[in-house]
Design a binder for this molecule. Structure first.
Ligand code: BJ8
Length: 430
């Protein structure tokens, strides 16, 4: 980090000693996993910088925004429309956490067999390690899986700033009506919080910003169809993770710059792995920063991850918001429609996800699918059954992995993934 931020962290209420330890471990992991990669695109320099300043410069920017009266809204799910937050000049930050931090503390509140993502967001707060959580003015939860739903009640007791949106379980007429109303209520909540009116003009502006971010991520996804892929799965995952907390305008510009370079690489036929290396699609639970475990094992075994059928991935940017609205009410209709195209396993039925897995396998020329579920993530663990069926129908190898944030099963994962890649190699070579 370029500067000493101790004073800022202490004012925010961060546990300085534990925080130093966390940054040390993170920095070491980043060096080993990311900086050791060969032939990385130059455009990744920006994202390396962002990570090196994850609790530094970005936090400083947010502190400065707050001084000008801007409100910080923390979210945990891609169903929460960022457009509304930007329409009240707010800062929208994804708060999901991907590291095994504070689990002992978290387990005083939630059962041991709770998914690692939930334990981590509680753990980061309880251990005083997340400056983003400390800076939020409002934390938005949503009724997706049962674990999150109940954890938000506890999180509200701890933080006193949780607002929960009710997401339906089915996408029928009633469900759509309910969700549309919830989006409207959320807009009203933001107006009260910020004392700002959400106008048509502001919504037009914010929709453009968020769509530009999605378009940049779509571009990044598209180049990964090439063989060899011009970017590693690890780097592409990182860009997707950064999209949840970077300034959206700067993020889109930097991702587009990276894509210019990647498109040139594709034309030249240069990439990160040898042409013909195994190509893997990952499908399932989201991988919040700094969860790089599965990608590291797969790519460490010589394959390339070519896509993430995940919320930190395609589910977050697959559909653009239809910007063709001429009133605030119409914009709210469109926001409700767009968000309901997200194919989370919390919905029943969820056949769109199966179609989307097949579409991604075909478009990205994936030769194998690894279904990733966080341990105790019932929706994705259950849906693996159907995902396997549609992937089997394409005669593409399928591997089901359930893991958490600990490093204890790295050896076992390496063995299973190595054997899976041999199956792909045998098929491709055949
Ligand atoms: S739209 S995937 S971001 S809910 S991993 S907490 S599901 S037990 S994160 Fe998600 Fe929204 Fe769906 Fe996406 Fe529960 Fe599973 Fe844990 Fe999860």
């Amino acid at each position: 980090m370029a500067k000493d931020y101790t004073q800022m962290w202490s004012t925010i209420g961060i546990n300085l000693k534990a925080h130093d330890g966390l940054l040390g471990v993170l920095g070491e992991a980043y060096k080993n996993i990311y900086l050791s990669q060969k032939n990385r695109p130059k455009g990744m320099d920006y994202f390396d910088f962002v990570i090196s300043e994850i609790h530094g410069l970005r936090i400083e920017e947010i502190v400065e925004s707050k001084k000008t009266g801007k409100k910080v809204i923390g979210t945990f799910c891609v169903y929460v429309p960022e457009e509304l937050v930007l329409a009240v000049d707010g800062v929208c930050i994804g708060l999901c956490a991907g590291a095994d931090v504070g689990s002992d503390e978290a387990e005083k509140y939630v059962p041991r067999n709770t998914c690692a993502l939930i334990k981590a967001f509680l753990g980061f707060k309880l251990a005083g390690l997340c400056p983003y959580v400390e800076l939020t003015d409002l934390i938005v939860g949503e009724t997706t899986c049962d674990g999150k739903k109940k954890a938000y009640e506890i999180f509200d007791e701890i933080t006193k700033k949780v607002y929960v949106m009710e997401l339906p379980n089915k996408k029928g007429v009633d469900g759509r009506r309910l969700w549309r109303n919830e989006i409207k209520h959320f807009a009203e909540k933001l107006e009260v919080l910020t004392s700002k009116e959400i106008t048509l003009e502001k919504l037009r502006e914010s929709s453009k910003i968020v769509n530009a971010k999605r378009k940049a991520l779509q571009r990044l996804s598209a180049v990964r169809a090439a063989d060899p892929s011009p970017i590693s799965g690890l780097d592409a995952l990182l860009v997707n993770q950064v999209s949840f907390y970077d300034d959206p305008i700067r993020f889109a510009a930097k991702t587009n710059e990276l894509c210019d370079e990647l498109e040139r690489r594709v034309k030249e036929g240069s990439g990160v792995a040898k042409k013909g290396s195994p190509r893997v699609l990952i499908s399932g639970s989201p991988m919040a920063i700094p969860n790089w475990k599965l990608h590291a094992v797969i790519e460490g075994n010589g394959a390339t991850v070519v896509g993430e059928e995940s919320c930190v991935g395609e589910r977050n940017f697959r559909t653009l918001l239809d910007e063709n609205f001429s009133s605030v009410e119409q914009a709210i209709d469109k926001l409700a429609e767009r968000t309901l195209t997200v194919d989370c396993a919390c919905f029943t039925p969820n056949t769109e996800r199966l179609d989307n897995i097949q579409e991604m396998v075909t478009r990205l020329n994936a030769q194998g699918v690894i279904h990733y579920a966080l341990q105790f993530c019932t929706p994705y663990m259950m849906e693996a059954f159907k995902a396997k069926k549609v992937v089997d129908a394409m005669k593409v190898p399928f591997l089901r992995i359930e893991t958490d944030y600990s490093m204890e099963d790295m050896g076992q994962l390496g063995t299973r993934i190595g054997a899976f890649l041999e199956i792909i190699n045998a098929r491709v070579g055949a």
